[in-house]
Design a protein around this ligand. Structure first.
Ligand SMILES: Cc1cc2nc3c(=O)[nH]c(=O)nc-3n(C[C@H](O)[C@H](O)[C@H](O)COP(=O)(O)OP(=O)(O)OC[C@H]3O[C@@H](n4cnc5c(N)ncnc54)[C@H](O)[C@@H]3O)c2cc1C
Length: 393
């Protein structure tokens, strides 16, 4: 006969990936007296998006909330190794300040200039480059069909595995309890979530619950009767080499959603297909690089004509179908103690620090204190009012 238990915490975080672990860490920073548990079924994170991510962190957004989250998070990640020492052990994340470069065709130059003005006004370092300036900086690049580029030299990339484990170890050092189990159902009364039932049959009672289950968050929300338009979308990442010498490159992104960067002696990246069928499909299409990525990369950098793909892997984007931006906040109208932090649509690693802090502030102080993320709340979903980025992928 198996016996089940009921345990009480102040806050129960569902999902212990990079976002859930950040929430747990910041909760205990904001209020060390809290009891916090994190429900995470898989300590190997086999299917978690975080460990399949490319590691990119950039300020090139247009919504003030996203720019502010990037500025906060990049600074946090830059100092992560020494600031997140847990039990005497540093937390390396291999931060590389390699920069980002957005390139656009001539007809989108005005839009890019507008974006750059917004980023400059928010305190970002951004250089708007003409095709000839691009060519001087990146001699391998074909600039014939480019109108302009925006270069953010203080952006870069890090190791998502190090970031996840750094948050997790530090949260545990501060007192968080990781429970190896899976959320199965929510128990709700008229105005609040009272408890959650786990796959084991165990029950957790808490004052606040946080849905940080990434690509699974739409399903998890539904168990509370909440419609969260977040779906899993497969995306491929490739490691490839150029074939001919190419200078070290920043994280290059174009409007066709080609996105890649230098990695060791080669390059890491891919081309996102936003029309990919939604679902938990992690099958790898081994022809995708040759069919889709290679033509785009070889057009932009002819030195990649003889490029070789060494490895392709798949992962899941947690796509907010409403507007591609995250939902960060409580379900104020119906279950105010149910918080959501999901739907980053490909930006959840870089924004995990700021989003985790935001949710922690909301739970502990009842308000956002560092960055006002109100516009990213669930209210816009209920009102069906998208709050999308402008011309930024
Ligand atoms: C190929 C690829 C490249 C990417 N590149 C970048 C990039 O360059 N920069 C960037 O910022 N982002 C990038 N991303 C996106 C980024 O990986 C995600 O936005 C981020 O990992 C989301 O973190 P998360 O903690 O919400 O989700 P996850 O890391 O997926 O964690 C969610 C956790 O919830 C757990 N879970 C699931 N169901 C349940 C349940 N019922 N109960 C309890 N727990 C549950 C899972 O086991 C998992 O560990 C990329 C993603 C992919 C796939």
């Amino acid at each position: 006969m198996t016996t089940t238990s009921t345990t009480k915490f102040d806050v129960a975080v569902l999902g212990g990936g990079i976002v859930g672990s950040s929430v747990a860490y910041f909760l205990l920073q904001e209020d060390p007296g809290l009891s916090v548990c994190v429900v995470e079924p898989d300590p190997t994170y086999e299917f978690a998006s975080a460990l399949r991510a490319s590691g990119g962190c950039r300020v090139q957004f247009t919504r003030p909330e996203n720019i502010a989250m990037s500025l906060f998070s990049i600074d946090f990640i830059r100092k992560f190794e020494s600031n997140m020492i847990a039990n005497g052990r540093p937390a390396p994340v291999d931060w590389v300040e390699g920069g980002y470069l957005f390139i656009v065709p001539p007809e989108q130059t005005t839009g890019l200039e507008r974006n750059v003005r917004k980023q400059l006004a928010a305190g970002c370092v951004v250089d708007l480059l003409s095709p000839s300036e691009l060519k001087a900086k990146f001699p391998s690049m074909n600039v014939a069909d480019i109108g302009a580029g925006a270069h953010t030299p203080h952006d870069g990339w890090c190791d998502p595995n190090g970031l996840l484990w750094g948050f997790r170890r530090k949260a545990i050092e501060l007192g968080a309890t990781y429970i190896q189990d899976r959320f199965a159902d929510g128990e709700v009364d008229g105005s609040a979530v009272r408890s959650v039932v786990l796959e084991s049959g165990n029950r957790i009672v808490a004052d606040a619950f946080v849905n940080a289950t990434g690509a699974w968050s739409g399903e998890v929300a539904a168990k509370f009767g909440m419609k969260l338009p977040v779906s899993p979308m497969r995306r491929f990442e490739h490691y490839f080499t150029a074939g001919s010498p190419v200078e070290s490159l920043p994280y290059v992104k174009d409007t066709a959603r080609l996105a890649f960067r230098s990695e060791g002696k080669g390059f890491s990246g891919g081309l996102v297909d936003g029309s990919e069928q939604r679902g938990f499909n992690l099958d790898v299409d081994h022809d995708y690089f040759e069919r889709v990525v290679w033509p785009a990369v070889a057009h932009r950098f002819p030195a990649f004509e003889a490029a070789k793909c060494h490895r392709t892997w798949s992962g899941l984007y947690e796509v907010n179908e409403l507007d591609g931006n995250p939902v960060i906040g409580a379900w104020n109208k119906r279950l105010p103690n149910l918080y959501t932090v999901s739907g980053f649509s490909g930006h959840g690693m870089m924004h995990a620090p700021a989003a985790g802090l935001g949710i922690a502030e909301l739970i502990v102080h009842r308000e956002f204190r560092t960055i006002d993320l109100t516009k990213l709340g669930y209210e816009r979903v209920e009102a069906n009012e998208p709050y999308a980025e402008e011309g930024i992928l």
